[in-house]
Design a protein around this ligand. Structure first.
Ligand SMILES: Cc1ncc(COP(=O)(O)O)c(C=O)c1O
Length: 399
């Protein structure tokens, strides 16, 4: 039996992703899971994928199965360059690096940017997977204060004055875990701050296409192009198992990311990149995205309505215009982890919000609810059950 002494020091500092542990419980028969962060399998364009298979075999033949450039399959870089123009991001195909999921981009960024003890500024709460990608490089996290409109620019400004921050990591649109979006005025303020202080910002944006209401917000990349690495993903608008992500990075970051990626995986699967290129080029995304929205929008509306119907006073929750998550904040005395264990006994799982904070004492009264995996009736049943479990914590005061 090997002992832990064999591990590198940084490995011993790594901890299991708390959500993966929770997801083990979720697979029990009969459990309604609001815990996942994954797309519904019925959102995958299965018939289109079958057609794309034929197109790829015909168009690219054996080259779809060959080693390829680390930067990414050229036709996919070109297709993404066109796709990004709709978001007002002007990137030539040679400014794009394809990665194995956006997780691959976050890992490469950690590898090239973070030395042990470097400061990385993150939202409070933040996306847990980003921490998992960065933790092996042993950063020190500083939390940026947030409210319903995302991070507070003054908090960011204060942090940058106090700490030599290597980069800021934000998920500004339909954030995981809160579903919140950074308002336009704050996007402009953040862009001003990063330009003025010459700070690098990593903008992680896997959800902005999942918009059910309201007008699109400009990526921060469009407001401060030279300071922002924009990280995107086809996981939520095509299929996550294909592992197609990408980054649009200013030089020299892009070049270093490519060097890091040579060590990580040489390149992302050529065949999967070819499928993705044809998905975008062939106009399939434009046809399929409304289908995904048609599936998720009523699910989100059902969960919001159920929360309004069943949850006791003293609780409040985000009302996002898109994405996959709703964030519930209970009264200060709520122990969401205790609620989680009681709820699991009653057949409902969710993720206690505290796991999304880098401060171990923050967020004990918060919960992340996902609505993409179940229909409206099931979601209503789950929210009703949850409301019974949290009822003792509710207050008489209006929420
Ligand atoms: C904010 C955020 N970033 C990145 C990812 C990882 O996505 P990918 O499948 O592209 O690696 C996720 C997945 O849930 C996410 O929520």
């Amino acid at each position: 039996m090997l002992s832990e002494a064999i591990l590198a020091e940084r490995t011993r500092n790594m901890s299991a992703n708390a959500i993966r542990e929770i997801l083990k419980v979720v697979s029990k028969p009969g459990m309604i899971s609001l815990a996942g962060g994954i797309p519904a399998p019925d959102s995958f364009p299965m018939e289109i994928i079958q057609e794309l298979n034929g197109r790829v075999m015909h168009k690219y033949a054996s080259s779809a199965f060959q080693y390829d450039r680390t930067e990414g399959f050229e036709p996919l870089c070109e297709a993404l360059s066109v796709y990004l123009q709709k978001k007002m991001i002007h990137a030539d195909s040679d400014e794009i690096v394809i990665t194995s999921g956006s997780q691959g981009a976050l890992m490469a960024l950690g590898m090239i940017l973070v030395s042990k003890g470097d400061f990385v500024a993150v939202e409070a709460p933040t996306y847990l997977g980003a921490l998992t990608a960065l933790n092996p490089f042993e950063p020190k996290y500083v939390q940026i204060a947030t409210d319903d409109d995302g991070i507070l620019p003054d908090s960011l400004d204060g942090i940058l004055k106090k700490h030599p921050v290597k980069f800021i990591y934000l998920n500004p649109t339909f954030q995981n875990p809160t579903g919140r979006s950074l308002s336009l005025a704050r996007r402009q303020a953040v862009a001003d701050i990063v330009r003025r202080t010459q700070t690098l910002l990593v903008e992680d944006d896997p959800y902005s296409d999942l918009r059910y209401r309201g007008a699109a917000l400009p990526p921060i990349k469009t407001l401060a192009p030279g300071q922002v690495v924009y990280v995107g993903s086809l996981s939520k608008i095509f299929a996550p198992g294909l592992r197609i992500g990408y980054a649009v990075a200013p030089e020299p970051i892009r070049r270093w990311m490519v060097l890091a990626k040579q060590g990580i995986d040489l390149h992302t699967s050529t065949f999967n990149q070819a499928l993705a290129a044809e998905y975008l080029f062939g106009g399939y995304l434009d046809k399929h995205l409304p289908e995904i929205i048609r599936l998720y929008k009523p699910r989100q509306e059902a969960m919001l309505a159920s929360l309004g119907r069943h949850f006791p006073p003293g609780f409040r929750w985000s009302k996002p215009e898109g994405g996959m998550f709703i964030w519930v904040e209970g009264p200060k005395n709520l122990d969401a982890e205790a609620v989680y264990h009681l709820a699991v006994e009653k057949g409902v799982a969710f993720v206690p919000g505290k796991f999304f904070f880098t401060d171990p004492n923050a967020g004990k009264e918060t919960m992340r609810l996902n609505y993409t995996m179940s229909d409206g009736l099931t979601l209503d049943k789950a929210v009703k059950t949850l409301s019974q479990v949290v009822a003792p914590f509710g207050s008489k005061a209006a929420s």
